[in-house]
Every structure is written in C-alpha cells, then in structure tokens.
Design a binder for this molecule. Structure first.
Ligand code: OSB
Ligand code: MG
Length: 370
C-alpha cells in the first residue's frame, strides 16, 4: 500500500460530566485523531494522549510532535506491506506508546477496509458482543457517589469501577458495598499510593472486590509484589504494564493477578494482542481498559475485547455515558445484558462524521508522505 498523506486533528470534547481521578479532573477531553489516506481509502485512528501528563508522560502536544516529526516520516514514506512493517520501521524510536498506537490504529482501519475485514477479524476476535462495565470518577460526596452508581445500575451496567484517591478510598468503597451488596465492584487508585497505605487496601479486602487496580506507582513492580502477597483481593495493573515483556515479568513476580490492557498504553493493538496471548497462556484474566475514547477508539477497544482471553468486563461504556455528540456513527449502545456489540463492518466499522469532527478541532495539519 502506498500512502499519500496523513492528517492530524487535535480535538477537545466536552464530557457530559467532569471525570475526576487521583491525578486530576477532566472536563474537556483532548486527543489526537489520525487520518491516513492512500490508494483511494482512508483509515482513522485515535491517539489517547490528553491535555496534561497525569496518567502518563504523554500529552496531545508530545504525540503531535512525535507523529509529525518522527513516526510518520520514518514509517510511511515507502510503500507498506502490512501493519507489522510499520511497527518495525519505528522500533528503534523510544517511548511515546500512545502516539504510535494512534498511527497504528489508523493503519489497521485502512487495512481492514482494503481487505474488507473487520478489525476484530484481523486481530483474532471471537465474540460478537463483549461484557462491559462503567468507570465512576471521584465524586464530591458519598451521597453523590451512591446516586451516580445507582444511576448506572439502572442504566444496565452490571459492573462498576470506583476511582479512588488518598482521603477518598475506603469510606466511599464501603458505602457503595453497603448499599449494593451483590454488585460486581472494583477500585482504581491510578498510582496514587505507597506501601505505607497497605492498611487501606487490607481494609478493602473484606469488601469482596473483583480487583484493586494500580494502587502503587507505575514503576514499582516490587512493592506491588509485597502488597499483593498480603491481600486476598487480586491486584490488577494498568499504568505499570507498558509492554508484553513487563506483563510477563509482572505475572512471574506475582505483582498482580489480572491485567488491564489498553492499546494506547502499550504502543498499539499488536502489542495488546501479544499481552493478551501471554496472559492467556499464563491463565491470567485480562480486560480492556478505556481512556474516555470517542467512537473511533471505542470501536477499536470493542474489537480488541472480542478476543477470547478478555474474560472480565471492559471499561467500554456506551457512547452516551461520555459525550452529548460523538464524532463517529453509529453510536455504541448498551444491551440489556450489560454487553456492547462488536462492530462488524470493514476496519473499525464506524463512519467519522467530518462536520462533527471539525466542530471540536483545535488545530489540524496535513502531512504529505508521497
Ligand atoms: O485508569 O483506567 C484508567 C480514564 C482516563 C485515564 C485513565 C483511566 C480512565 C478510566 C476511564 O478509568 C475508563 C473509560 O474510558 O470509561
Ligand atoms: Mg486504570
């Protein structure tokens, strides 16, 4: 395939409600959309790097720089045989997984369209619908938290994740468990704690949680080993798992028992599939994490989550949970059994609404590659 040009769009989209985590509050979600064009086809990708470096060091600005100045020129100037060849051409460049993953997603979409295969098919997906849950940001009060959780249960979500932060963790988790004794429930600390906080997590051990996600620092596998050794509740790692290699080491060391897979965090879908494969081999359950994606990234997450090792509900909620108006159609709806259908059309299986995209674009740039 000979590529012709790439277009980058830096977006800012108003969330229906601000999303608070241990690293900050987001009211408007930023990302970079990548559009690749060649041989009469276009492919779309979403780079999940946001406005500020809270979840990871990447931002929409650093991703833009990496894409424009390094990743696109290094990988697309010569004709491409497949997506794997693009990955090999940028393998010598260090870091910036979200920037890589955004470009890779656009190429997967393009390849799917060229071969008339869905992304799920290309990746080895087996399910037509996937179980999903909802991630609930830190709320201002326990009453607000209980009302928000109840609203999502009434909307049909069968699994709830609570964001926690220091000072707002065990109390809210106990309150939700008290009101909803049977609810499949988990918490996510987004790296905000240290081993000195172990008593908080031991307190959570009696709440019957599905897992405790990323309590400690992203570069601290060893203290996760120590924390996990003293807990019955499985630890799930998110930020720590940056590659298949780290995933293998985390499981071998028993730093966690579950892994959250996000293609953006690990440099793309191919690496995400590699992590899925090794976790399946090791008997460790995985699930698909989310980064408040638009319909483009959501379609990609659904395709990934259709692989057989994704046995736990993903953070892949319905489009209307995030945005009043999305930039792609059709929008994703929650089925009554707390699943969402995996797109079956070619590539990502969604159409980008370019007028809607333009309305939320802060800047755009076209980069010729041929
Ligand atoms: O840690 O899983 C996380 C959103 C932004 C950054 C990090 C995380 C999240 C979520 C939201 O939990 C999941 C979703 O997209 O619904
Ligand atoms: Mg997380």
């Amino acid at each position: 395939m000979r590529l012709d040009h790439v277009e980058l769009f830096h977006l800012s989209m108003r969330l229906k409600a601000p999303f608070e985590t241990s690293f900050g509050v987001e009211s408007d979600r930023e990302c970079v959309i990548v559009k690749v064009a060649g041989e009469g086809l276009v492919g779309w990708g979403e780079c999940v790097a946001g406005q500020f470096p809270g979840y990871s060091y990447e931002t929409a600005g650093t991703a833009w720089h990496m894409l424009k100045d390094f990743l696109i020129p290094a990988s697309l100037a010569d004709p491409l045989e497949d997506v794997a060849q693009m990955r090999r051409r940028i393998a010598h460049l260090r870091g910036h997984p979200m920037a890589r993953a955004g470009l890779e997603m656009a190429l997967w979409d393009l390849w799917g369209k060229a071969e008339r295969k869905s992304l799920a098919e290309l990746l080895g997906g087996q399910r037509r619908r996937v179980p999903v849950g909802v991630s609930v940001g830190v709320q201002g009060s326990t009453a607000a938290l209980l009302a928000t959780v109840l609203g999502y249960i009434e909307a049909g979500y069968a699994r709830v994740k609570l964001k926690i932060k220091p000072g707002c963790d065990l109390g809210p988790a106990r309150a939700v468990r008290g009101s909803f004794p049977e609810l499949p429930l988990q918490v996510d600390g987004n790296s905000a704690y240290s081993l000195a906080d172990a008593p908080i997590f031991r307190g959570m051990d009696d709440l019957g949680l599905l897992m405790i996600e990323q309590p400690l620092a992203d570069d601290d596998l060893l203290d996760h080993v120590r924390l996990q050794a003293g807990l019955r509740t499985p630890i799930c790692l998110d930020e720590s798992i940056r590659s298949a290699r780290i995933a293998r080491q985390a499981l071998e060391a028993a730093a966690c028992r579950i892994i959250n897979i996000k293609a953006g965090r690990v440099g793309g879908l191919a690496e995400a599939v590699a992590i899925h494969d090794l976790c399946r081999e090791a008997g460790a359950p995985v699930w698909c994490g989310g980064m408040l994606e638009t319909g483009i990234g959501r379609a990609s997450n659904l395709a990934l989550a259709s692989l057989p090792g994704f046995t736990l509900p993903g953070d892949i909620s319905a489009s209307e949970r995030y945005y009043a108006a999305d930039i792609a159609e059709p929008v994703f709806k929650l089925n009554p059994d707390s699943t969402i259908d995996v797109p079956s059309g070619p590539g990502l299986g969604v159409q980008v609404i370019e007028t809607a995209l333009e309305r939320v674009t802060l800047r755009r740039e076209r980069i010729r590659v041929n």
